[in-house]
Ligand binder design. Sequence first.
Ligand code: UDP
Length: 245
Amino acid sequence: MSDKPEKFIDEKGLRLDGRRVNEIRPMKMEIGVLSRADGSCYLEWGKNKVLAAVYGPRELHPRRLQKADSALIRYRYNMAAFSVEDRIRPGPSRRSIEISKVSREAFEPVVLTHLYPGAVIDVFAEVLQADAGTRTAAINAASMALADAGIPMKGLVSACAVGKVDGQLVLDLNKPEDNYGDADIPMAMTSEGEITLLQMDGDVTQEEFKQAVELCKEGCRQILEIQKETLKNKFTKLEEVEVSD
Ligand code: UDP
């Protein structure tokens, strides 16, 4: 028997978790949580829990993999075995390989790789608890871990999904919307709104697609504010420590 809800949006315009169609789930994040990584971030978004770690830029070995004119970015998205209801088999899967590839590509236009020829920047995104939207949660955390590592970037990358349920576009899908909705369109974008990741599962009309991009920009703007606030808080605290030293 399917657990598909009869309705996803009630007559007051509220979704199953009480949000409006243009609201994201509560998000909080902390940077600098891992002492051995050059940069790190722990992020909670709804019931998702993700840890991102960045190592580098450091010399890439074996040297034959080095790029003469830029750094190589490697990105590994991984779901912990215990992150979902049915245990996930450890090791790479088709899904995690695909997500790692598109997530790496989401950062390539933004990271100033030409400053580090021959180097590698490793990004690890570990999903500890999954509840729909983990690839976008991982990108938001990775973006913060890169900033925490001091990697020069044109700006932060923010990511969010838009979907369609009950004939309406909704921002930041929750689990039932992700499982049973008519479309799932995860996107990542720069602070200028340039899209660096776009995937789509399901069907929307051309007009709906345009609206979905606008709705996602609204979500990414909200996320960018949280990301900027998190960075500001850390550096204000550092300044306070320096002053009191
Ligand atoms: N999921 C799962 N097992 C898997 C993959 C995914 O239970 O092997 C769940 C998980 O909660 C995930 C959701 O399905 O967040 C949606 O997965 P999808 O592939 O759409 O990616 P996501 O939305 O997490 O980026």
